[in-house]
Design a protein around this ligand. Structure first.
Ligand SMILES: C[S@@+](CC[C@H](N)C(=O)[O-])C[C@H]1O[C@@H](n2cnc3c(N)ncnc32)[C@H](O)[C@@H]1O
Length: 340
């Protein structure tokens, strides 16, 4: 068994956990459950040995780093145990001292050099490099158990999605969502490849992220202006266009039956969108059932003041839910469901 430590984005740990757990299952078929150690620090154990090359890591939006746990224990065992875990072929390294460790009595007493020595003595040609180290070791402290946690990082999120945040897009509307939430929503479809559809695609926040991960995409919206905006955004980022864009009311059947691998959307909430109401939502959900292949998923973002969950439960099997706080008058909810 290997234990991995994750530093999740502090803004939404529930969504971050759900995104990671679903992607892990998508790539390795294994159900894992992240457990919290403190604040944004989580862990899980598996027999799977992960490396920097894992495809799913590049897709993550709400996970900042993933590292392999090398040592967990008391100061007395630190040097001996860690030395056997350090790769002697590494040439440069850096230590990341997190606040829990920096504030611990062991760190205050022993100092940075004591902890770096375990790496320094094992590596053949050691060099400390704070700018571009070959290996980063993270140090945390578990106050409850009085234990040091030292791990070796193999993934740091490049946050490539930041380039596609609303302010960076040539065209955007106030109701568009941020690219990190859009990316996590696509990830929760549990797909590696396939055709993804957004029947309320607007200016394309969600489909842009799907495109960036290599999915084929089709979109629909009732607003011509939004669709043209999405086309412009798509061309700006990918020098290409979505496979199909349709201008239609989502109550109509727009896409071919059983043609869609995953449907992900941010439905109109009523405040700044045109057509509202349960009738629209239910008709869209029924149409989505027709578009989706058997067992395929639907991920829908909606506002907390809408009665949407019950409608989804009526027609689909709910697999998971998360929330994103926007302001005191609105929280976004994200529901993941399966076409059963
Ligand atoms: C919350 S916004 C989605 C925004 C989108 N994610 C974006 O990045 O711009 C909802 C979208 O639903 C569209 N819409 C409203 N009623 C519709 C309907 N009956 N059929 C299709 N689209 C509709 C609106 O034009 C709007 O673009």
């Amino acid at each position: 068994m290997v234990t991995y430590l994750l530093l999740l984005k502090g803004t939404n740990k529930d969504l971050a956990s759900l995104e990671f757990e679903i992607l892990f299952k998508t790539y390795y078929g294994e159900d894992i459950k992240l457990k919290q150690i403190r604040n944004t620090l989580f862990f899980f154990s598996t027999n799977k040995v992960l490396t920097r090359q894992e495809e799913f890591l590049k897709r993550l939006s709400f996970t900042n780093t993933v590292s392999k746990l090398l040592f967990k224990g008391k100061i007395e065992e630190y040097s001996k145990t860690l030395s056997s875990q350090v790769n002697p072929c590494m040439e440069s390294f850096a230590l990341r001292i997190h606040s829990s460790f920096a504030n611990s009595s062991v760190y205050k007493e022993k100092g940075l050099d004591y902890f770096a020595k375990a790496m320094w003595t094992v590596m053949k040609k050691p060099k400390i490099d704070l700018n571009d180290p070959q290996c980063v070791y993270h140090f945390h402290y578990d106050e409850e158990k009085n234990e040091i946690l030292c791990s070796e990082e193999f993934f740091e999120n490049s946050k490539d999605y930041l380039q596609r945040m609303p302010t960076q897009r040539p065209f955007c509307k106030p109701y568009t969502i941020k690219s990190d939430l859009a990316r996590a929503s696509v990830n929760m479809l549990g797909l590696k490849t396939g055709l993804i559809c957004d029947p309320f695609c607007g200016t394309g926040a969600i489909l842009l992220e799907a495109q960036s991960m290599g999915f084929e995409v089709v979109g629909n919206d009732i607003s011509y202006k939004d669709l043209m905006g999405y086309r412009a955004n798509s061309f700006h980022f990918f020098s290409g266009f979505p496979s199909l864009l349709t201008l239609s009311d989502s109550r109509e059947l727009v896409f071919k039956e059983k043609s869609i691998g995953g449907l992900v959307t941010d439905i109109p909430y009523g405040k700044s969108s045109r057509k509202l109401g349960t009738e629209l939502y239910e008709q869209f959900l029924l149409n989505a059932k027709k578009y989706l292949k058997n067992g395929a998923r639907l991920v829908v973002i909606y506002a907390n003041f809408l009665e949407f969950e019950e409608l989804v439960k009526k027609h689909y099997k709910v697999l998971g839910q998360a929330e994103e706080y926007i302001n005191k008058s609105m929280t976004r909810r994200i529901i993941v469901a399966e076409n059963c």
